[in-house]
Design a protein around this ligand. Structure first.
Ligand code: PLP
Length: 377
């Protein structure tokens, strides 16, 4: 919670549920990342929070953008990013969207399969392409699974093929899973890519770029290693595996740019028990899984939830759920949350570090509830 958000909530008392984002904190998070990884070009992962005020700010700060759809590309262009600052980073694209991006001047594309490479050769001729490698997402609280990337042997053949197809085989990428809590994962991944750089070198293809992905974590309920530890792990791994031939590097941070800048203000709708003499209370908030807190699926992302009592105030175990009539709309049942014993309906509760992966995950009118309201200050 930043002082600016605190002041805003006190002065405006906006209707709940709402997300309030402090843009100064977004700028600060961007600056810190630039400082600890100065050689890496930052492509902000737009999906984390695509609000126009966030994009405008990052354009002004000099960021580039990792876009997943033609809609995100248009949002970046509208914010004033030139097409040379946009990467079409999704490995799953309609061919007509590739053509549309190319027509707008985008020249950097991700892929992880031959059919996608064929689409790129047809609809983005001569463009720079990078192949995404399949990596273990061990250590990540929000893994990206086997949906993206291909094995190293396939990537090698695809990069050779890219050259034959008239594309520019530019580099490799990976993503180690979001909220990745183990900096050591970058060493494994960078080691793999370095071997592939060499193998392709022997095949006469000189790659120039390594995309280190996103995944840098945020302090939710549990502490995480500092960003300096990630930077040190990455610098060490690049030196170890590439020696004095370190390629141009890219990072695609999403979560760590916007999450800590945002707070969701929510109201308690009901506090109840399921039977007499039960210790566990159910706390129903006016925001839930369908109101933007989709990342509570599997209780994977555990937000810090605070009811504004002095330290040491008496609390007890709770399950926390949203307001809709869907049984899946439970935020936490097993993660061991505790809230004040005197918590009552009508009170406001704050969900911290909620500025990423919330606003756009809100459903449109499920049970009639409108999407999360957003304030950028
Ligand atoms: C989602 C995504 C990111 C951002 O990941 P964070 O964990 O939010 O930093 C970066 N790159 C790609 C390709 C993504 O899909």
């Amino acid at each position: 919670m930043t002082p600016k958000i605190e002041r805003y909530l006190a002065e405006h008392k906006p209707p709940t549920p709402c997300l309030v984002v402090d843009l100064d904190r977004v700028a600060e998070n961007y600056r810190i990342l630039r400082e600890v990884l100065p050689a890496a070009r930052v492509f902000y992962a737009v999906k984390a929070n695509p609000a126009a005020s966030v994009l405008d700010l990052l354009v002004a700060l000099g960021s580039s953008f990792d876009a997943a759809s033609i809609y995100e590309i248009d949002a970046c262009l509208a914010a004033g990013a030139g097409p040379e600052r946009i990467s079409f980073g999704n490995t799953i694209k309609k061919e007509r969207d590739i053509a549309a991006a190319f027509a707008r001047g985008v020249r950097l594309f991700a892929f992880d399969s031959l059919p996608e490479l064929d689409k790129l050769a047809r609809s983005a001729p001569g463009a720079k392409v990078f192949c995404r490698l399949l990596m273990s997402n061990e250590g990540a609280d929000w893994p990206l699974s086997r949906k993206f990337g291909c094995e190293v042997e396939m990537a090698r053949d695809l990069m050779v093929r890219a050259r034959h197809l008239g594309l520019d085989p530019y580099g490799l990428s990976f993503h180690l899973g979001s909220q990745q809590r183990d900096p050591g994962q970058w060493d494994i991944a960078i080691g793999k890519t370095a071997m592939l750089f060499s193998a392709l070198d022997e095949a006469g293809i000189e790659l120039r770029m390594l995309n280190l992905g996103g995944g840098f974590p945020v302090h939710y309920r549990e502490a995480v290693p500092s960003i300096d530890e990630y930077a040190a792990a990455i610098h060490g791994a690049l030196a170890r595996h590439f020696g004095n031939r370190v390629p141009e590097t890219i990072i695609e941070p999403g979560r760590c740019i916007t999450a800590s800048a945002g707070v969701i203000e929510t109201e308690v709708v009901l506090v109840s028990c399921k039977g007499y003499g039960e210790e566990l209370r159910w706390v129903y908030l006016d925001v839930g899984k369908f109101g933007g807190l989709a990342e509570t699926a599997g209780e994977a992302i555990r937000y810090r939830i605070e009811a504004g009592r002095p330290d040491g105030a008496a609390d007890g175990p709770v399950a926390i759920a949203g307001p809709t009539c869907d049984g899946a709309d439970i935020l936490y049942e097993t993660a061991g949350y505790r809230l004040p014993l005197d918590l009552a309906a009508g009170e406001r509760v704050r969900i911290h570090a909620a500025g990423a992966y919330t606003s756009t995950y809100a459903s449109i009118g499920f049970n009639g509830f409108p999407p999360l309201t957003e304030h950028y200050i």
